[in-house]
Design a protein around this ligand. Structure first.
Ligand code: ADP
Length: 303
């Protein structure tokens, strides 16, 4: 069993949804790691044990595109998760004005995202909170999904306002309508929003409230008809929206190829039952035709 004695604490890297993240040295392997301190104090009795057991299952998700959970140990009223240390994240890449992203670069980032998702979905783990700042980038250019499964295991913590805002822009319409039986489609929707953001270099659907978020979605894709999404009207928070026609998607993404627009539309499909899966997306023509995805080591990155 591990104790906190194994790690030498370094600087604070940031404050996340669940707690503070520290840089640390793993004296066992001499590797730099990131330790995420999860405050369990506010969770009910017993959650501790369940969370620990379930988080340990995440250690089994070995994949080049999923961040490695090196260790998990309880410490005082916290649960400490030890991850491999990552240089950067996709949000930093998107925001860096000095970085030019070619269509081959965008394809590479999308392929790595979808590969990570396909692996998790195969094991019935959902992310639920995918956004550019939890797509981390390693020194070798590999993109790795972070925070996988934590949303389900730990539930939504007392999120501060900024977290809530960012997460909303990537939230699938079924979640915004209060669906409780959602599936892997919520991650595909988020990945579609990230794809759009890589092309636009700004968040695609920036709603200012949950209602406004749906308004932004409907303004981009048109208000869904009953035939497009039969289950919509029976969702818990369903409200009727004023009819809004869809502008041609091409007008929003003037530079995208036909195949890029096609896969984007399949990821951002209203009905989660008709939405493309991660595995199907990886087999889409977009990934098979030129240009080939940029090799991760050759991807542009922030200094
Ligand atoms: P959020 O909950 O907002 O997604 P996180 O809890 O994942 O944020 O992370 C908070 C901060 O810690 C991030 O801004 C990030 O810079 C840093 N961080 C998280 N994980 C790692 C990691 N594995 N390597 C390096 N930095 C990390």
């Amino acid at each position: 069993s591990t104790t906190s004695g194994r790690y030498i604490k370094g600087v604070t890297l940031g404050e996340g949804t669940y707690g503070v993240v520290f840089k640390a040295l793993d004296t066992l392997t001499n590797r730099t790691v990131a330790v995420k301190k999860i405050r369990l104090g506010k969770y009910k009795e017993g959650v501790h044990v369940t969370a620990l057991r379930e988080i340990k299952l995440l250690k089994e998700l070995h994949d080049p595109n999923i961040i490695e959970l090196i260790d998990v140990y309880p410490h005082k009223r916290n649960l400490n998760l030890v991850f491999e240390f990552m240089e950067s994240d996709l949000e930093a890449v998107i925001k860096d004005r000095n970085i030019v992203l070619s269509s081959a670069d965008i394809k590479s980032y999308m392929q790595m995202t979808l590969k990570g998702l396909a692996q998790c979905h195969k094991k019935w783990v959902l992310h639920r909170d995918l956004k550019p700042n939890n797509l981390l980038i390693a020194t070798d250019g590999q993109l790795k999904l972070a925070d996988f499964g934590l949303a389900r295991i730990l539930g939504s913590p007392d999120r501060n306002f900024t977290h809530q805002v960012f997460a909303r822009w990537y939230r699938a319409p079924e979640l915004l309508f209060g669906s409780k039986q959602y599936g892997a489609g919520v991650d595909i929707w988020a990945a579609g929003c990230i794809f759009a953001e890589l092309m636009l270099r700004r968040p695609f659907l920036q709603g200012s409230s949950d209602i406004d978020q749906l308004g932004k979605i409907f303004a981009a894709f048109g208000t869904p008809r009953e035939s497009q999404w039969p289950d919509m009207t029976s969702l818990p928070d369903y409200v009727e929206y004023q009819y809004c026609p869809a502008p041609p998607l091409r007008s929003l993404f003037p530079m995208a190829s036909e195949d890029a627009l096609d896969i984007l539309l399949r990821m951002l499909t209203f009905d989660p039952k008709s939405r493309i899966t991660a595995q199907q997306a990886l087999e889409h023509r977009y990934f098979l035709i030129e240009p080939a995805p940029t090799r991760p080591v050759l991807l542009p990155r922030p200094p």
